[in-house]
Design a protein around this ligand. Structure first.
Ligand code: NAD
Length: 430
C-alpha cells in the first residue's frame, strides 16, 4: 500500500519556554520496544487531534493509574495545540497533573504520526479514516499498542492492507482496540449475547437504520490549498471518509456483523444518491443509501442511512428470529422468551470502557485484538457504498479482491482535483 512520503520533520515542545523547532533530542525519550505486560508507566499519545481524538486520549489517560501523555500529532499544528489546551485544562488538578508530561511533544506535518508512535507505548488514532492503514502499520511494525477509531479504511486495497496488519499485531500480542464503541456498551452487549445464545431462535433478517441530520462544514480558509480544504472538510470526500455510510452508519452495519458472528454476505444491492446536499461544497458524497445484504444461508440484512437536515432522526437496529425480535437500541427482546435490560442494570460510558479494557489487557499480557470485526464491518459499509455508487450487485469475494484505491497521487498540501459524484449505471466497479 502507499505510504505518506516523509516531509520535513516538524516538532515543537509544549513548555512555554521552548521555541518552535527546539532541539528535538532534549525531549525525545522514544519508547523503542513494545511494552509487554506488568507494571510501569505506559506512555500514551494521539494522532489526529480533532473532536474524537481529544476525547479518546483523555479516555486513555483515565483508563489506568500509571499512564502519561507524552505526544500529540496532527497534520495541522493548530489542531494539536487545541487538544493540548483542552487536556491541560482538564488535568490541572495536582492529583491528575502527573498524567501529562512536563513537556508534551507536539508534532505536525505528514509524518507527525511516526514521531508520536516512536514516543509512546500506546497510541490513539483518530485522524480522518483514509490514513488509518498506514498509521496502524507503522505502529505494529514498531511494536506499539493501538486504539483505532472507526472506520479503518475507505477502499478495498487499503482494507486488505489493514487486515494484514491486524494479523501481524495478533502474532506480536499487540492490542488493536476498535472505536466501534457499541461493542463495549453493557446493555447492548447483554442484548446481543442473548441473540447469539439463540433467545430469538434462528435469525431470519436484520434491519439497521442510521437516519440522522447533517454535520459540520468548515468553509474554506483563504490560504488553504485544495488538499487542506478537502482534509479539513473530510466528511464530504469519499477518499477521506468513505462517505457517510462508511464513516457514520458503520455503527449500524457493525450490529449486522456482530449478530451474524462476522459471517460475510454473499452479495449486496441497493440505491443511494444525493438529493438535498447537492451544493458543490459537499464534495462527492451521497446523502442517502438503502441496501439489501444477502447471505448464503438465506438471511437478509436491510440497511438504510440518511444525512439530511429537517428529516426524522432514527438510529435503531432490529434482529428478527424464528422465536422473537431483538430491539438492540431498546435493549429488549420480544417473543417466546421476552426480556429487557433491567432499569437498574449497570450503565457505562462505552468510550471509557473500550480504553479500560484495552489497558487491562495490555497489563495482563493478553492484548485485545478487534481486528477481524473492525475490518469486516468496514467492508460491509464499503460494499453498500459500492452497490449504490455503481448500481450493480456486488459480490463479497470480488469486492475483497477489488483494485479500488482512492489514495491521491501524492500527499502534499497543494492542488488536488475533486473526483466526480458517482453515477449508478455509469460508475464502474473496479
Ligand atoms: N466512535 C465514535 O463514536 C466516533 C465519534 C466521532 C468520530 N469518530 C471517528 O473519529 C475519527 C475522527 O473524527 P473527528 O470527528 O474527531 O474528526 P476531526 O476532523 O475533528 O479530527 C480529525 C483530525 O485528524 C487530523 N488529520 C487528518 N489527516 C491527518 C494526517 N494525515 N495526519 C495527522 N492528522 C491528520 C485533522 O487535522 C483533524 O485534527 C473519524 O474516523 C470518525 O469517524 C468516531
Amino acid at each position: 500500500m502507499s505510504d505518506a512520503p516523509t516531509t520535513r520533520r516538524r516538532f515543537i515542545q509544549s513548555s512555554a519556554t521552548a521555541a518552535a523547532g527546539a532541539t528535538a533530542a532534549l525531549n525525545l525519550t522514544a519508547a523503542t520496544t513494545a511494552y509487554a505486560a506488568g507494571k510501569g508507566t505506559l506512555k500514551v499519545g494521539l494522532v489526529g487531534c480533532g473532536g474524537r481524538g481529544t476525547g479518546a486520549i483523555q479516555n486513555a489517560m483515565n483508563a489506568d493509574d500509571d499512564v502519561q501523555l507524552v505526544a500529540l500529532g496532527d497534520l495541522f499544528l493548530d489542531q494539536a495545540q487545541g487538544t493540548l489546551r483542552t487536556v491541560k485544562r482538564n488535568y490541572k488538578d495536582p492529583a491528575k497533573a502527573k498524567k501529562v508530561a512536563k513537556n508534551v511533544n507536539l508534532y505536525y506535518g505528514w509524518d507527525a504520526y511516526k514521531r508520536v508512535i516512536d514516543d509512546v507505548d500506546v497510541v490513539c488514532m483518530a485522524t480522518t479514516p483514509h490514513f488509518r492503514p498506514m498509521m496502524l502499520k507503522y505502529a505494529v511494525d514498531q511494536g506499539k499498542h493501538s486504539f483505532v477509531e472507526k472506520p479503518v479504511a475507505t477502499d478495498p486495497v487499503h482494507l486488505r492492507a489493514i487486515w494484514d496488519t491486524c494479523q501481524e499485531a495478533k502474532k506480536k500480542n499487540l492490542a488493536v482496540v476498535s472505536g466501534l464503541c457499541w461493542r463495549y456498551h453493557y446493555p447492548k452487549v447483554e442484548t446481543m449475547k442473548r441473540v447469539l445464545d439463540g433467545q430469538i431462535g434462528d435469525i431470519v433478517s436484520i434491519e439497521t437504520i442510521y437516519n440522522a441530520g447533517t454535520l459540520w462544514h468548515k468553509g474554506r480558509g483563504d490560504k488553504w490549498s485544495d488538499m487542506e480544504y478537502q482534509i479539513r472538510n473530510w466528511l464530504y470526500f469519499t477518499w477521506l471518509s468513505g462517505d457517510h455510510i462508511v464513516e457514520q452508519a458503520i455503527h449500524s452495519l457493525d450490529k449486522m456483523g456482530w449478530a451474524l458472528k462476522e459471517k460475510e454476505p454473499a452479495r449486496c444491492w441497493g440505491v443511494g444518491g444525493r438529493q438535498v446536499r447537492t451544493d458543490p461544497k459537499y464534495g462527492n458524497v451521497y446523502d442517502h443509501f438503502s441496501l439489501v445484504y444477502e447471505f448464503d444461508n438465506g438471511i437478509r440484512g436491510y440497511h438504510q442511512c440518511r444525512q439530511m437536515s429537517g428529516t426524522a432522526s432514527r438510529v435503531r437496529d432490529y434482529i428478527y428470529g424464528t422465536k422473537g425480535i431483538a430491539d438492540i437500541f431498546g435493549h429488549r427482546i420480544e417473543g417466546e422468551k421476552p426480556w429487557r435490560y433491567p432499569r437498574r442494570g449497570k450503565k457505562n460510558n462505552m468510550y471509557q470502557t473500550e480504553h479500560d479494557e484495552m489497558f487491562a489487557s495490555i497489563r495482563a499480557g493478553k492484548s485485545i485484538n478487534n481486528g477481524e470485526y473492525m475490518c469486516k464491518s468496514t467492508m460491509l459499509a464499503i460494499m453498500g457504498r459500492t452497490a449504490a455508487y455503481t448500481g450493480q450487485i456486488i459480490d463479497w469475494k470480488k469486492l475483497w479482491n477489488s483494485k479500488q484505491n482512492l489514495a491521491p497521487p501524492k500527499y502534499e498540501l497543494g492542488p488536488l482535483a475533486e473526483r466526480p459524484v458517482a453515477m449508478p449505471g455509469r460508475t464502474a466497479f473496479i
